[in-house]
Write a new protein. Structure first.
Length: 319
């Protein structure tokens, strides 16, 4: 039954991709295809979407942009933060592969952030020679491979003996991968190092971008241009490194850098970052972070005063 459903709208020959949309409901996941040009973008949900957006009717991540660029789009929608450890989903994706769906496109790009970034790399063997664009991806949550990863308890509890459980192993069958990540995040840095071992990835560190780099790229206006450039083959690492300096003008940069300084027990640095940021963003939540830095420096009176000011400004904004 599953295979019969998946063959509906399948390609009719080499280079002729499906021209009709389709949706496949798979229990805990959904595949939703929207036709376009000869480049197929396969976009996987990140871990935040199941918690923040209703499953029913949820659009594919990045749909408006990818479709406006003229690409075909296959969305992989997750009901839960399962890291795509689902036999039914795997069987459905492999059935599409076996029917020639992925091979019917001139180019395939797999992409996603965090959980979705992992999936973009891990499922690359479905379309050998594909391009992978991963934002803050985990390489795996298999405790036998990454015993140091203590985040994402729900994901770590899944079945990591299933196929497509290792991002670097999957990425090895791609033409090239691009991994954007915050290299100040120690766990994300260790995952990036595993991807680098494949020899097929271009690591793009975004210091103080935070886990989930896309918000920083959106604030700097870089997400759409860099995605477009990777897909058309014009992406330049030196140009990106120059452009990403603009992150230092964003609230997110100051917020992430101050929090990282606190986690590394460097409250003095956190205080300096907050003070610099507050000159640009005087009504921001950097006031709360500043109070935490002062408390960590054993300056309780100043910490309380900073917290009171933060609360007063927050109440003023609400009013």
């Amino acid at each position: 039954m599953l295979r019969r459903l998946l063959t509906m709208g399948r390609p009719t020959g080499p280079g002729r991709h499906p021209s009709s949309p389709f949706t496949r409901e798979l229990g805990d996941h959904r595949l939703q295809y929207e036709p376009g040009g000869p480049t197929l973008v396969v976009s996987f949900d990140n871990a935040a979407r199941p918690a923040e957006e209703a499953y029913v009717g949820r659009p594919t991540w990045g749909a408006r942009f990818y479709l406006s660029e003229g690409h075909s789009l296959l969305g992989v929608i997750a009901r839960e933060t399962s890291w795509y450890r689902d036999r039914t989903l795997i069987a459905a994706l492999e059935a599409l592969r076996d029917e020639g769906f992925f091979a019917s496109f001139a180019r395939v790009v797999l992409t996603g952030g965090s959980m979705g970034g992992f999936a973009a790399a891990a499922f690359a063997p479905l379309a050998p020679g594909a391009t992978v664009i991963a934002f803050s991806p985990q390489s795996t949550l298999d405790g036998r491979v990454v015993p140091w990863e203590r985040r994402y308890a729900n994901g770590r509890a899944r079945d990591w003996t299933l196929p497509y459980s290792d991002g670097p192993a999957g990425l090895a069958q791609a033409a090239q991968g691009f991994v954007f990540f915050d290299n100040l995040d120690r766990a994300d840095l260790r995952h990036a190092a595993r991807f680098e071992q494949t020899g097929r990835v271009l690591l793009m560190p975004v210091p103080a971008g935070g886990h989930g780099v896309p918000p920083m790229l959106i604030q700097t206006g870089l997400l759409k241009p860099l995605t477009r450039q990777i897909i058309d083959g014009s992406f330049s690492k030196p140009a990106f490194q120059k452009a990403i300096r603009a992150r230092k003008e964003t609230i997110r940069y100051h917020r992430m850098l101050a929090r990282e300084a606190l986690m590394r027990r460097r409250p003095g640095l956190a205080l300096r970052v907050c003070d610099a940021g507050l000159k640009r963003f005087p009504l921001s939540d950097l006031l709360e972070t500043r109070s935490l830095a002062l408390a960590a420096m054993d300056r309780p009176q100043q910490a309380l005063a900073a917290l009171d000011r933060a609360r007063a400004l927050r109440d003023k904004r609400r009013g």
